[in-house]
Write a protein that binds this ligand. Sequence first.
Ligand code: FAD
Length: 474
Amino acid sequence: MSPAPTLVWFRRDLRLADHPALAAALARGGPVLPVFVLDDRPPWSPGAASRWWLHHSLAALSGTLEARGGRLVLLRGAPEEELPRLAASMGAGAVMWNRRPEPHERDREARLGRALAGTGIEAREFPGDQLFEPGGVRSREGNPFQVFTPFWRAALALPPPPMPLPAPAALPPVAAPPGPALEDLGLMPRIGWWHGMADTWRPGEAGALARLDTFLAGAVDAYASLRDHPDVTGTSMLSPHLAFGEISPRHLWHAVAARPASAGSETFLKELGWREFSRHLLAAFPGLPEAPLKREFAAFPWQPDPAGFAAWKRGLTGFPIVDAGMRQLWHTGWMHNRVRMIVASFLVKDLLAPWRLGEDWFWDTLVDADLASNAASWQWVAGCGADAAPFFRVFNPVVQGEKFDPRGRYVRRWVPELAGLPDLAVHRPWEAPPLVLRDAGVSLGRTYPAPILDHGAARKRALAAYQSVTAAKG
Ligand code: FAD
């Protein structure tokens, strides 16, 4: 007799290759039904850009499954209610899934496990989207690392991540009740602001593999020197594919490690290490997305400034590199890492806005929004997290722009109203002589904003605020 069907609960692992739960379900024998459950309840339900990506990624997954004889069932609601109900109605023998690192997802898994206990339906979980399992990388004393370098050294001393599992060539046919259609999940925005994202990305496993091929054929060898330059395509742009699990980090690791050693591949693996580090931090400090790791920052005198925050969101601060980054984010759902650091520093240090505001805005607008990486990075920039950039290191947006976008190509691409300025003026238009501005068609305050603050004064204010907190601690 063939074994009873197995449900595979897909979440942010929207792929067929290197999917431990799917591989185990197929090895068990019998029909296998992949299921995705949209759970819109807070906390951290997907932001608008993620919902757009999710819609297309589910469409892609569904197509790949169908091409192999399988199908994807979509449901909406609480997984711990929907999955046991579906499993019981189909006479399923098991529900399987890959672990997630987010605390609220771990809670969902625990609730599902409890709901299935005693029903005779087996519940099994498998390693998630990490190179090294949470808690697997610890100091000699058994504590979680809070500094990246020793964390990564300890990780590299472990056995390498397992080889990725192949994608199944076929799935056994399965009879299942129909769920809602993809369109009925309501993931697509009602207003068509997503065209820039559609022009930039190809969500789904095939899109992820194509991105990886492009990166391996091009930028990887120069990655160490180009990764900080937003004016060239010097990084992989794989982050949304990783965030939705369309490609696994184990797959990336082995694809890169198999190449002849180079500074580029070593640096790239180290960046994957930062992703790991964020996940390990989230596992060790589940409050990471909501509260500062350094407790004294709970009393930090942030200065909420709605007008400044609105200018930052819309890319209208008058600081070209900041505005270029915020507009790239709005248009494509992605921003270069160097520019993320610059705009984040501007928000929390120049504007003294609480880092949680930036975290929430990124959560809503990034196609690669990832709870662990986003929270850890915002805390890093704000100086209140693990291995954080010291608060007193305040990025100067002009110096950063001139160093990493020396010809102003990035600014001209995203802030076209400054495109006519010469290189010397493009990062500091307010210092350009009137004739230069006129020739470039720039009128400050009319075609492009005058700077909304004086960076020197803002820096002093930030340092004073920081000192008030450290003095209170001391
Ligand atoms: P590559 O340079 O090609 O790196 C390869 C992969 O390594 C990335 O796809 C990513 O998964 C990982 N990675 C690289 N740098 C980092 C890093 N500093 N921290 C964690 N992982 C890293 N990344 C997210 O994936 N989701 C987020 O929500 C997110 N929020 C951020 C918020 C702020 C304020 C900052 C400063 C950074 C944030 N990052 C986030 C990290 C980083 O900016 C992106 O991962 C990177 O820009 C993605 O581009 P890429 O795929 O071309 O990266």
